[in-house]
Design a protein around this ligand. Structure first.
Ligand SMILES: [Zn+2]
Length: 93
């Protein structure tokens, strides 16, 4: 069975928005959500490469999300430019 993951905090917010936070049904629903085991997943991070070359002649790109510097020379050799190798950000932002 395929699963879809949602944010627990956003689910709690939706219950409170719809029913308030002191209605017994809303309290039970929130308790049920908090009782569910956490999924082994993390949010997808989107970023982009920032040109971070310096005046020494070395050319770099810097990941917008984690700040990792990678020499541009690696990009010319089939380096995986669509994903940061350090934080795994998808470079589509
Ligand atoms: Zn990164």
């Amino acid at each position: 069975m395929s699963e879809i993951y949602i944010s627990r905090e956003k689910a709690i917010d939706a219950i409170e928005r719809e029913y308030g936070d002191d209605v017994m049904g809303a309290i039970k629903a929130k308790e049920a959500i908090y009782s569910v085991e956490l999924a082994d997943c993390r949010p997808v991070v989107h970023g982009h490469w920032v040109d971070a070359s310096d005046t020494s002649g070395r050319e770099y790109f810097r990941c917008s999300e984690c700040g990792t510097y990678i020499e541009k020379i690696f990009f010319a050799h089939d380096y995986p430019v669509n994903c940061c190798p350090c934080c795994t950000a998808i470079m589509d932002k």
